[in-house]
Write a protein that binds this ligand. Structure first.
Ligand SMILES: [Zn+2]
Length: 344
């Protein structure tokens, strides 16, 4: 039996030495050290030995078993490191290779315009409205009633405003002014907020009009707010937005929620007032509607018009972006045309 063990030992050592990779080593290991190997079967036959032989043979089997396992482990380690090194060499990153081109997206021109306008008004002391006060699906109460829009006013007509089919008195807001009504009913003066957002009108789509567009609404309510402050704020806004002071013109107008109301024109960006196709030859471009908050509106939201006054203004984001970047068709903003969007 001793001879048999030594014979297996010699054979196994020779084969382990000859292996050249992990796979071959695994095969040798299976052949000599697995449960079904000849070597393992010798262990099982130890029960037939005499009591004197048992400890001697047992010790020899253990010794050989340890020796072979150690050799396999050493070889295993060697091959593992070798194969890892080869793999690392083969997979070395070539930093001189051309990279894959991954185009970067960028901010949509309307978002960019909104951000720019909001930043200017932040600078002038207006804070961004809490979005809870500026829902797009709105009750008629906030879109019209509290803004002093009479029941029979044409703006309320289904020709102009989208109503929810199954919910009476619910509309897609036709103006961001709903936010000023909600803000005033939920807080006390001084109030100085700016409220950007989407609005909806039941209009046929053309180069100048879309049934979805964006507005920015501003509101300032405090003691002794005057029309002179309104002019100061809006002239400063125009200077900052267009990059230089431009002549402005305040024309008297009418809105249900302001009294007096004005429309504000800026000298035509394209022709500098000489008259061109963009300004229809007038030399002026209308960019804003504004006015002093109507005392009826203040009363409706429980603010005493004897103590407080305020001004409000609203502007179309698309129009301001079109004027600044000389864009002649509002539909370009909504068409997802990459050629157009890439210019910004
Ligand atoms: Zn012009």
């Amino acid at each position: 039996m001793e001879n048999k063990i030594n014979q297996i030992r010699t054979e196994a050592i020779e084969k382990i030495e000859k292996t050249t990779n992990l796979k071959e080593l695994e095969e040798v290991k299976n052949q000599y050290l697995s449960r079904n190997s000849e070597f393992n079967n010798l262990k099982k036959s130890m029960k037939d030995l005499t009591p004197e032989q048992k400890p001697v043979i047992g010790a020899l089997i253990n010794k050989v078993s340890n020796e072979l396992n150690t050799l396999v482990a050493q070889k295993n380690d060697l091959f593992y490191k070798k194969e890892l090194n080869e793999k690392l060499l083969k997979e070395k990153i070539d930093i001189t290779m051309d990279g894959d081109y991954i185009p970067l997206g960028h901010v949509h021109p309307l978002t960019r315009t909104v951000n720019e306008i909001v930043e200017i008004f932040n600078h002038l002391g207006f804070s961004l409205i809490n979005p809870e006060f500026s829902p797009e699906v709105e009750l008629e109460k906030f879109n019209f009633d509290l803004l002093n829009v009479p029941k029979e006013h044409p703006a309320r007509d289904v020709q102009d405003t989208f109503y929810c089919a199954n919910l009476p008195n619910v509309v897609l807001r036709s103006q961001t002014s709903n936010a000023q009504a909600r803000q005033m009913i939920n807080s006390n003066p001084p109030i100085k907020i700016i409220s950007p957002g989407r609005v909806y009108r039941n209009e046929s789509v053309s180069a100048r009009k879309n049934n979805l567009f964006h507005q920015i609404e501003g509101l300032y309510v405090d003691k002794d707010v005057t029309m002179a402050q309104l002019k100061g704020v809006l002239n400063e806004f125009i200077r900052l937005y267009f990059g230089s002071s431009r002549p402005t013109r305040y024309r008297s107008s009418f809105f249900p929620f302001t009294e007096p109301s004005v429309e504000i024109d800026v000298e035509c960006i394209m022709c500098k007032g000489k008259g061109c196709s963009v300004c229809s030859g007038s030399g002026w471009l209308e960019i804003l509607g504004a006015g002093m908050v109507d005392p009826n509106v203040l009363k409706g939201v429980n603010i005493d018009p004897e103590t407080y006054s305020g001004f409000a203004f609203g502007m179309g984001v698309e129009r301001l972006a079109m004027l600044k970047y000389a864009i002649d068709d509002i539909r370009l903003f909504f068409n997802d045309d990459e050629k157009f969007l890439k210019q910004f």
